[in-house]
Write a protein that binds this ligand. Structure first.
Ligand SMILES: Cc1cc2nc3c(=O)[nH]c(=O)nc-3n(C[C@H](O)[C@H](O)[C@H](O)COP(=O)(O)O)c2cc1C
Length: 387
């Protein structure tokens, strides 16, 4: 493989090395994928303001997210089925994040369990929860996350019902994959992945199988989601989760100013402006486009984080300059994981940090915490006028 210089290089390797069903699961949005595409193309509409003859020595990308020191304000977003992109994927990603000094968020729908990830890391990670109909399961899961030392809960609000992703249905997505003829033919060319999977026992939903009552076959993410996720999630139930958890709380999946105000009034530690990477409401605005309004509405009351569409350090810079205090990457690190396992996640983080650092310097900034609107050129119609 030629030298890896950017996230796209990792993406190409990811595609080559990972079974089609899992690559497609990562690299798709819901329905027409309009929002999925907008998430990245809207970043490209923003431009950076070049400054010269400014001291650019002694730069730092270090910051904090909900009081935690971070080497750069870029966390690893919760991603389901990481352990199908690469064997033991959650453990690999968590270790890479820990060594890099950024937060790792473990998804409810992970392959490696909370306890497994805790046993292979030394610092606390964050846990992401989907609220299920079964409150015993919710309570036990929170208890397990607390016992494992997780020091923040990311509560996802935008997936109580699943937006359809056509490719997952067509590919018959399941974990572990069912051995149909097309899958077997595909796997024949993905020997590296197959060897990794043969060497691990972690091939099922580690937080669910054996923990949720009456769940025999949880291999189908889609049917499990449809049956188990609580469609009646409301603010009372969110308060119930907060009280059960009792620690730091981040509300994920906010794309509306009024919802953002509710999050701030609710007293959460942070909210994440997110459309789930374009995987849920197709037709929603991109996160980067919604970010400025949400920052204006609540930025002085609650930490505003964002994800969806970040593929470079320049993207991170743009989000921070628009007022985000922290950002997260999903696919950008999955590409690293699928391409090269733990080393690939480190590579993705390294690429993004270097891009962020160099771009900061060229913008005449030395401290990531000082980035602001002074660094951006924003087209008049960027936010749009929506009736
Ligand atoms: C393959 C995949 C699985 C995901 N699974 C989850 C999940 O289990 N829980 C969750 O809150 N978000 C999940 N997300 C959404 C991510 O946390 C994040 O919002 C999104 O990836 C950000 O967009 P980006 O991929 O463009 O960076 C998932 C995203 C992807 C791509």
């Amino acid at each position: 493989m030629a030298v890896i210089t950017n996230i796209n290089d990792l993406k190409r390797l990811h595609r080559r090395r990972t079974p089609k069903m899992f690559y497609d699961y990562a690299e798709s949005g819901s329905y027409t994928e309009q929002t999925f595409r907008d998430n990245t193309s809207d970043f490209a509409k923003l431009r950076l303001r070049q400054k010269v003859a400014v001291d650019m020595s002694g730069r730092t990308t270090a910051s904090t997210m909900i009081g935690r020191d971070v080497a750069m304000p870029v966390g690893l977003a919760p991603v389901g089925l990481c352990g199908m992109q690469s064997a033991d994927g959650e453990i690999k990603a968590a270790r890479a994040a820990e060594r890099f000094g950024v937060p790792f968020t473990l998804s409810t729908m992970s392959i490696c369990s909370i306890e497994d990830v805790a046993a292979h890391t030394t610092k606390p990670f964050w846990f992401q929860l989907y609220v299920m109909r079964d409150w015993d399961f919710v309570e036990r899961t929170l208890e397990r996350a607390r016992n494992a030392g997780c020091d923040a809960l990311v509560l996802t609000l935008d997936l109580q019902i699943l937006g359809q992703r056509h490719k997952d249905l067509k590919n018959g997505l399941s974990a572990p994959p069912k051995m149909t003829l097309p899958t077997m033919l595909d796997l024949a060319t993905k020997w590296r992945w197959g060897l990794g999977m043969l060497g691990t026992k972690r091939r099922f939903f580690g937080n669910i199988v054996g923990h949720a009552k009456g769940v025999g076959d949880a291999s189908s993410l889609m049917s499990w989601t449809n049956e188990q996720f609580d469609p009646k999630l409301d603010w009372d139930k969110i308060a119930r989760v907060r009280d059960m958890w009792g620690g730091k709380l981040i509300l994920k999946g906010v794309l509306d100013e009024d919802d953002a105000r509710l999050c701030a009034d609710f007293g959460a530690d942070a909210l994440i402006v997110s459309n789930h990477g374009g995987r849920q409401l197709d037709g929603a605005l991109s996160s980067i486009r919604m970010l400025p309004r949400i920052v204006r509405a609540v930025g002085d009351k609650i930490e505003v984080h964002m994800d969806s569409g970040i593929r470079s350090g320049q993207d991170v810079l743009k989000a921070l300059a628009l007022g985000a205090r922290g950002t997260y990457i999903g696919r950008a690190y999955l590409h690293g994981l699928g391409a090269m396992g733990e080393a690939g996640v480190t590579k993705a983080l390294d690429v993004i940090q270097k891009e962020l650092d160099i771009s900061m310097a060229l913008c005449g900034e030395r401290d990531v915490k000082e980035l602001g609107l002074q660094n951006l050129l924003i087209p008049d119609d960027f936010e749009g006028r929506w009736a």
